[in-house]
Design a protein around this ligand. Structure first.
Ligand SMILES: [Mn+2]
Length: 380
């Protein structure tokens, strides 16, 4: 029988049983308290997770990312979070498919899987599927807000990265309300979140700087108010309570940044650690610098695009870029955020099980590992 996995990165694992540091340890299934002994400073219910499962891929044009949450949960991720890490799970048990918001694609991109478009969604300022993405992210924002406002860590599995318009805005709104009301933060401090955006790409195009019109390349510009829209039904729901301060944004892992985006990063003095910085300083020092920049009085939302990892570790994603993070570097970023005790939200996005068939199990295993680390799993 030939090798079952021609995309294998050279490890001699068989049938997906290869064990890495953060894979499921089936032998110890007794209910345990959360592995993390780190006190959570901005969560009033640190043992609870508020889960949102977003089966949506309308922020880009390759079908498959809508199945990301399904393959991650089928791999046992949620069971592990409950049974091995000891969390109580709230929120979604089934993946949401947002069927009523699937955009029409007739005559534009026949590769998109949306076979039963429910409404017409012509481009706005070059953006593809603008009303669809806006409507879905508005719903996600409310769902994530409802979880985060109760003092739970909000965990969202995507989906393409456009969904972060919903997750970050929902967490930002909840923290503004909750931390102002319950005195979690000192009165002198503005209750707002920081975002660590781990990605090969900056996702900060405005509709005007974007070549592709794919909204998964624009979420940060809408979240920070660099891009706005007054068009009815196109991100007109975003209000000041949803917005992320540009000086509270930190990138890690960048290596494929568009010309227009480079100008945006420079003009706004946005903190960014590219792969060059990781090569120079090492991931440990980079995380020290990232967390020091954010400061200890600010809750952190971690938005992790699996394409930040090198395609060797996560090949099944829509826009892979070589020269990326190792799995350990990715895990370390998540471990460091968990260790800070400041984490209030986590996204994992852009797992696409329809791409690079032989690499799906590697990609899913990497995704499971990243989420476990972000939620406090430790090697020892
Ligand atoms: Mn991204």
């Amino acid at each position: 029988m030939p090798s079952a996995d021609p995309q294998s990165s050279g490890y001699s694992h068989t049938d997906g049983q290869y064990i890495n540091g953060h894979s499921s340890a089936k032998s110890s299934t007794s209910k345990t308290p959360p592995t993390s002994s780190v006190p959570q400073r901005f969560l009033s219910r640190p043992s609870e997770l508020g889960i949102t499962l977003v089966g949506f891929s309308g922020g880009q044009c390759r079908p498959g990312t809508e199945s990301g949450p399904a393959v991650l949960t089928e791999a046992g991720l949620l069971t592990q979070l409950s049974e091995e890490l000891g969390y109580t799970l709230h929120g979604d048990e089934q993946v949401r498919n947002f069927d009523e918001y699937q955009p029409t694609v007739t005559g534009r991109d026949a590769t998109v899987s949306n076979s039963t478009p429910k409404f017409d969604d012509p481009d706005v300022r070059g953006m593809k599927n603008p009303r669809s993405v806006s409507a879905v992210t508005e719903q996600i924002s409310e769902l994530v807000y409802q979880q985060a406002r109760q003092g739970r860590l909000a965990l969202t599995l995507g989906g393409d990265h456009s969904i972060a318009i919903g997750t970050v805005s929902g967490v930002a709104r909840a923290v503004r309300e909750r931390c102002a009301a319950d005195g979690t933060l000192p009165e002198s401090t503005t209750p707002e979140i920081a975002v660590i955006w781990v990605d090969a790409h900056a996702d900060i195009n405005t509709p005007e700087t974007s070549d592709s019109g794919n909204i998964h390349g624009m979420p940060v510009s809408f979240l920070t108010g660099l891009a706005t829209s007054s068009e009815k039904g196109v991100f007109d729901w975003l209000r000041s309570e949803h917005i992320l301060n540009l000086n509270k944004l930190v990138y890690i892992g960048l290596r494929d940044v568009d010309v227009g985006e480079k100008k945006i990063l420079r003009d706004n003095k946005i903190k960014a650690f590219s792969m060059h910085d990781i090569d120079r300083y090492g991931i440990g020092k980079v995380m020290d610098m990232a967390l020091e920049y954010i400061g200890s009085e600010t809750p952190i939302h971690l938005s992790f695009d699996v394409d930040a990892l090198d395609p060797m570790w996560a090949p099944s994603t829509g826009t892979p870029v070589r020269g990326g993070l190792t799995l350990r570097e990715g895990d370390f970023i998540c471990e460091a955020v968990a260790e800070s005790g400041q984490c209030v939200g986590v996204d994992l996005v852009e797992v696409n099980p329809r791409l690079v068939e032989g690499g799906v199990s590697d990609t899913v295993r990497a995704g499971v590992s990243l989420v476990r680390c972000a939620l406090g799993d430790t090697l020892l």
